[in-house]
Design a protein around this ligand. Structure first.
Ligand SMILES: [Zn+2]
Length: 132
C-alpha cells in the first residue's frame, strides 16, 4: 500500500543525510529479490554488507509508544496496523533467509540513536568509509 511505503519522510531523510555526511555509502530504493514474493524495498540498503535498514513510522507500524490507533473507527485501524506489522515480520524473515541483516528504526528515535543502530549493524567497517 502506497501510504505505508512513503519515501523521503523527514526521519528517513535526516538519517540518510547524516550517514552520508559521515562517509557511508548505500543504496536508496533498491529492491531486494526474495523467492516467491514481490521484491522488498528497504529504506536504506548496504548491498555489499547485506544490511537492510527500515525507518518505520510510529502510526502505521504500531510503535509501542505512539502506535495507539485512533479511538474512533478501531475496527478499521486495528486490522490495518496489524497487517502492516505482519508484513514487516514476514519481510524480516524473508530477508534473514536470504542472508540479510535487518535493522528497524522507529521514526521517533533520535538521529543519534538511529545512526548508532546502523553503525552497530555495520560493525567495525563503519569506521572506515563504506562504499556501497
Ligand atoms: Zn514511536
Amino acid at each position: 500500500m502506497a501510504a505505508n511505503r512513503r519515501r523521503d519522510t523527514g526521519p528517513e531523510l535526516r538519517l540518510r543525510s547524516e550517514l552520508h555526511r559521515t562517509g557511508l555509502r548505500f543504496r536508496v530504493d533498491m529492491p531486494i529479490e526474495v523467492p516467491g514474493r514481490r521484491p522488498i524495498r528497504p529504506d536504506i540498503v548496504f548491498s555489499r554488507l547485506r544490511i537492510a535498514v527500515f525507518v518505520d513510522g510510529c502510526f502505521w507500524h504500531g510503535c509501542p509508544e505512539h502506535g495507539a490507533p485512533p479511538k474512533s473507527n478501531t475496527s478499521y485501524w486495528i486490522p490495518k496496523i496489524a497487517a502492516t506489522r505482519d508484513r514487516d515480520r514476514r519481510a524480516d524473515r524473508l530477508l534473514a533467509e536470504e542472508g540479510w541483516r535487518v535493522v528497524r528504526i522507529w521514526e521517533h528515535e533520535s538521529l543519534d540513536d538511529a545512526v548508532g543502530l546502523v553503525r552497530e549493524a555495520l560493525g567495525p567497517t563503519s569506521l572506515v568509509a563504506s562504499r556501497g
